[in-house]
Design a protein around this ligand. Structure first.
Ligand SMILES: Cc1cc2nc3c(=O)[nH]c(=O)nc-3n(C[C@H](O)[C@H](O)[C@H](O)COP(=O)(O)O)c2cc1C
Length: 384
């Protein structure tokens, strides 16, 4: 077992252990992947101000996300097919998040179901919803999230059409993988993954198959998804979801100030500045670049979170300093999961927390809640 000291170590190990089509599914963006790369690179460009001779004892990174206590301003982002990075992946990641003290978000397109997560955790989790044409199916999904005591609903607004990811098309992505010669040769090099999959019954879309009419297997699911993601999604639909849910609502996928204003006026509890991890509109700016404009426009009206490119605790600190009350992680936890299952996700969270805590101290602070833009070197961060 190699010594793991950073998220990149987890990525390298995940690449060795996860079948190529699922590793590629996680580690890719749409078209040229320019936005995917910019999400990380733009964090790097922001410089921190080092302060010295400041008492660094008794530090705390504790915050609240939509009113819920968390050990640090990080949430696990919803990711589809997580149970294909590692057997029972969503359950394992939810357990790691619960033990660490941060929120876990389950994707509509998960392998483990809402009920699976509820049965294996005590802490309330968040559920992510896509707007489908089949409103009956949506009502039932919202009802299931309520029955599972989810403490927030995350409505994703940026995937009514799908950004082309070349690798997924070339790999012929399916869950479970089709037994083609190329897949079988690749699977033969991933014995841990195969053993895990043999030991679980969760190998297809747990929230949909058996729950939603006309979704009985992968083939019908693919056509169902194409037909069902509703391209007519509007702010009236956001209101429809809000009325039916009645609890904390988070709108995910906001990149523009005008949309942020509409989100704030919708009465949602929070919005997530997100370009879907560079998987949708290639050519969009990075999330961290868009963040300050959105904070300055609506930060006093609605809680603003962000995701995209968070690979270290320093990134979390920079996002916090620019005004994001939560930094969500996709790949950072997926790499941990693919590398080592639940301990890998825990490791990812420990790495982020330590980097956040120590960097905060270097910047002369002991209480994250008191950190603001003054820790950033002027001229190195985007402004409104
Ligand atoms: C493999 C993968 C699957 C994803 N699936 C979903 C999804 O089902 N629903 C959703 O709202 N976002 C989804 N996302 C986007 C994430 O929620 C999040 O916005 C993104 O991963 C953040 O960027 P990061 O991976 O650089 O942290 C997915 C991202 C990845 C990497």
């Amino acid at each position: 077992m190699p010594t793991i000291t950073c998220i990149e170590d987890l990525r390298v190990l995940a690449q060795k252990r996860v079948p190529r089509m699922f590793y590629d599914y996680a580690d890719s963006g749409s078209w040229t992947e320019g936005t995917y790369r910019a999400n990380e690179a733009d964090f790097q460009a922001i410089k921190l101000r080092q302060r010295v001779a400041v008492n660094m004892e008794n530090r705390s990174t504790a915050v609240e996300l939509v009113g819920q206590a968390a050990k640090m301003p990080v949430a696990i982002a919803p990711t589809g097919l997580t149970g294909m990075q590692h057997a029972d992946g969503e359950i394992l990641a939810a357990k790691a998040a619960e033990a660490f003290g941060i929120p876990f978000t389950l994707s509509t397109m998960s392998i483990c179901s809402i009920e699976d997560i509820a049965a294996h955790t005590k802490a309330p989790f968040w559920f992510q919803l896509y707007m489908m044409r089949d409103r009956d199916a949506m009502e039932r999904m919202i009802e299931r999230a309520r029955a599972a005591r989810c403490s927030a609903l995350v409505l994703t607004l940026d995937l009514q059409v799908i950004g082309q990811r070349h690798k997924d098309l070339k790999n012929g992505l399916t869950a479970p993988p089709r037994p083609t010669l190329a897949n079988l040769i690749n699977l033969a090099t991933k014995p841990r993954w195969c053993l895990g999959m043999l030991g679980t019954k969760r190998r297809t879309f747990g929230n949909l198959v058996g729950h939603v009419k006309a979704v009985t297997d992968m083939k019908s699911l693919a056509s169902w998804t194409n037909e069902q993601f509703d391209p007519r999604l509007s702010w009236a639909d956001v209101e429809w979801v809000k009325q039916r849910w009645g609890g904390k609502l988070i709108l995910k996928g906001i990149m523009d100030v005008e949309d942020a204003k509409l989100a704030a006026n919708s009465g949602a509890d929070a919005l997530v500045v997100s370009n879907h991890g560079g998987r949708q509109l290639d050519g969009a700016e990075s999330s961290i670049h868009a963040l300050p404009r959105i904070i300055d426009a609506v930060g006093s009206q609605i809680e603003v979170h962000m995701d995209g490119g968070v690979r270290s605790g320093q990134d979390v600190l920079k996002a916090w300093a620019l005004g994001a009350r939560g930094a969500w992680i996709g790949r950072a936890f997926l790499y941990g999961l693919g590398a080592m299952g639940q301990p890998g996700v825990t490791k990812a969270l420990q790495i982020l927390h330590k980097e956040l805590d120590v960097t905060m101290a270097f910047c002369g602070h002991t209480q994250l809640k008191k950190v603001d833009r003054s820790i950033l070197l002027p001229g190195t961060f985007p402004t409104a």
